[in-house]
Design a protein around this ligand. Structure first.
Ligand code: CA
Ligand code: CA
Ligand code: CA
Ligand code: CA
Length: 481
């Protein structure tokens, strides 16, 4: 269900449900691979939410070190779409249906400005959110956005959006509002976009760290951590298992690995590679997204992703009801099957929130997609309308706030500047807002309870400047392709 990496024409390493097979280099400019993933879908227009899932594949070369430009892609088995900037290829099922993708063949024609020695391919599972109107704000959650008349605001185009007192404007009473209208270029969620099906996993973030130079790593992790120590968080890493495996020396980069069970043996099956990655400051999240040629989502897109086109229910969670079942009883801890045995009552969504009072000290994020089972529907699995998981709970997710009016949805180009993102228009930590709650969010099934972090429209953290590595906070990327 998450990503993975593999080395071109070498061994296959897989983290969860996406697998590369039979990677082969044909001449300088062609890479051929086979790819599989489970639970793929492509729904016809008359079956809601009439969308599809997809996998975003991109490559990095290491001698020289650069993002691989893809000129074209061909697949007899999948739809393969290369965006104009050539930063990757978006793969989806050719035909309508719901089934696993098995051994699908794909050929990439890559640009070879300089001779390339090693290419690594990376994959991120995505969900397509189709173009369409939706409602913003539920009129009840803390500091929620809404229309000037106090009702939900219908977003029916990408036209500029001003604050004011009418049903067509953002209410001036809300906090953290733009100082000028949201321009047409600011992504409002009406236009179609792709978004990551899951929060970024610890394997994905470790792969990112391992692709950086030593100097870049000094910006993104603790390069002085002893072997076996966490490289992102000091103190209790809260189920984050990304540890130092090999120290760098200022020229050779460090190598990080997963050791979720803390036994000093790295990259074992139970080392939590598929858990959501916590411990990311905004600067880390932004660097990861630029590197992956994705972008952050806006808080408007976050609400559409959760709610779909439905009219908002007061204080509802991303699965469409205001009731949650806390996930606490872990099974298969640390593995690709990690889940919980807790069973939600009808109308409750299963979500990782509220800690675990008897063992609060050991709590933290669970596996990406832990609540999805073959037989459960959207509500029980705690999924958003379009099939994205853990939008409520697990890790808090940084979104571009409505205050950041310079944001125009530009995706990253795969290249960092001194280990940091450098995309024009992306906000700094004061211009993002954390949404959706995390593993420690105390929410209860009492609608009058004041704190409801997991609610779709909740903006409790409107004034938090997200510039430190919180053990509750991760990242999910988006993009227009
Ligand atoms: Ca271990
Ligand atoms: Ca072990
Ligand atoms: Ca989340
Ligand atoms: Ca860049």
């Amino acid at each position: 269900m998450v990503a993975l990496i593999f080395y071109a024409w070498a061994a296959v390493v897989w983290a969860n449900h996406v697998r590369f097979h039979a990677v082969e280099r044909l001449g300088d400019d062609r890479v051929v691979f086979r790819i599989s993933w489970d639970h793929a879908w492509r729904l016809p227009p008359d079956v809601a939410p009439s969308n599809h899932d997809a996998v975003w594949v991109f490559g990095k070369s290491f001698h020289p070190r650069r993002h691989v430009r893809i000129l074209s892609a061909h697949s007899p088995d999948l739809d393969a779409n290369v965006p104009d900037d050539g930063t990757g290829v978006m793969l989806k099922m050719k035909n309508f249906g719901q089934n696993p993708v098995v051994d699908a063949l794909c050929t990439l024609n890559v640009s070879v400005a300089e001779p390339i020695q090693t290419i690594r391919l990376y994959a991120v599972e995505m969900v397509y959110v189709p173009q369409g109107a939706f409602y913003l704000g539920d009129g009840a959650s803390k500091f929620a956005l809404c229309a000037g008349d106090g009702q939900a605001l219908k977003i029916a185009s990408e036209a500029g959006l001003d604050t004011g007192t009418t049903a067509q404007t953002l209410a001036t009473g809300a906090v953290h509002l733009p100082e000028r209208p949201l321009p047409p270029a600011y992504p409002k969620g009406f236009d179609a976009f792709y978004v990551m099906k899951y929060e970024a996993s610890q394997r994905q973030y470790a792969d990112f760290l391992n692709s950086l130079t030593f100097d870049e790593q000094t910006e993104r992790m603790n390069t002085n951590a002893p072997i076996g120590a966490n490289v992102l968080l000091t103190g209790n890493p809260r189920r984050n298992g990304i540890v130092m495996a090999q120290r760098g020396d200022g020229i050779q980069p460090c190598l990080v690995a997963l050791d979720g069970d803390g036994d000093g043996i790295f990259d074992e099956a139970e080392d939590g590679a598929s858990r959501a990655c916590n411990g990311l400051a905004w600067q880390d999240a932004a660097a990861f997204l630029d590197w992956a040629a994705l972008r952050p989502m806006t808080e408007l897109e976050f609400e559409k992703l959760c709610r779909g086109p439905a009219y908002p229910l007061p204080k509802e969670y991303p699965w469409g009801t205001p009731y949650a079942k806390n996930a606490v009883e872990i099974v298969d801890d640390g593995t690709v099957y990690e889940s919980v045995s807790d069973t939600p009552a009808p109308g409750e969504g299963l979500a990782n929130h509220g800690g675990r009072f008897d063992e609060a000290f050991v709590w933290g994020p669970l596996r990406c997609g832990f609540a999805a089972r073959e037989t459960t529907g959207r509500v029980e699995a705690g999924a958003g309308f379009y099939g994205a998981f853990e939008l409520g709970g697990n890790v808090w997710e940084p979104c571009v706030s409505v205050k950041s009016t310079a944001f125009d949805g530009k995706r990253g180009n795969g290249e960092l500047f001194n280990g940091a993102s450098d995309v024009a228009g992306w906000p700094g930590p004061e211009g993002v807002i954390l949404r959706g709650g995390g593993w420690n969010s105390l929410v209860v099934n009492d609608l009058d309870y004041e704190f409801r972090d997991l609610a779709v429209s909740d903006r409790f953290y409107f004034n938090l400047v997200h510039n430190v590595r919180r053990n509750t906070t991760g990242v999910r990327g988006a993009g227009n392709f």
